[in-house]
Design a protein around this ligand. Structure first.
Ligand SMILES: [Zn+2]
Length: 185
């Protein structure tokens, strides 16, 4: 098993350049409906850097064409989704991503088992968000979580500030935010 540390950020050139200066070699891009309006320019920004990329699908839109285009262009090895789509939409996502060398993962939001049905039916990976686990369980109980960590394709080591600081924190540069993701292969 190999571990790779990635910084999570929006696909912003200044932020990506800060991450590069910090000598971190991977990045998870936080995407939104607004950001994915022009996937071509997002991919052009990302291609200025040599990062190994993962992407976080928008939580405010269903646009598998734009997402798939970006994933293909930047060679993202991981795509993280929240469980927010209808059954026919999941089928469309799977169809669009067929043949691409990228692992589709579902992230736990409300409960640590959120990804289980997708792992079983579609062969998706787990994205384990440890902060969400902490919210769910009011703490981290290592002995329970270790098994799930071993099953995970991607891990969020989030450290968001709750309340109004939430969004600002997500978009801060790595140097300021210290928010990191770990990918497990
Ligand atoms: Zn997420």
């Amino acid at each position: 098993m190999t571990l790779e540390i990635a910084a999570k950020c929006s696909p912003n050139e200044k932020i990506l350049s800060d991450i590069e200066k910090a000598r971190i070699s991977a990045a998870e891009l936080y995407l939104s409906k607004d950001i994915l309006r022009d996937p071509q320019s997002v991919s052009e920004t990302c291609k200025k850097f040599n990062f190994k990329y993962a992407v976080h699908a928008p939580n405010d839109d269903f646009n598998p064409d734009a997402l798939c285009f970006l994933v293909k262009e930047i060679g993202s090895g991981i795509v993280v989704f929240h469980d927010i789509f209808w059954e026919d939409e999941w089928k469309e996502i799977i169809e669009k991503f067929k043949g691409l060398r990228t692992k589709l993962c579902v992230e736990n939001i409300a409960g640590v088992h959120d990804a289980s049905k997708f792992v079983r039916r579609y062969g998706f990976g787990r994205c384990l968000d440890l902060e969400h686990v902490q919210f769910q369980l009011s703490g981290i109980f290592e002995e329970e979580v270790l098994d799930i960590i071993k099953q995970s394709s991607h891990i969020h080591l989030s450290g968001y500030v709750c309340g109004t600081g939430f969004v600002a924190y997500t978009y801060l540069s790595f140097e300021e935010a210290g928010d990191a993701d770990v990918g497990l292969n």
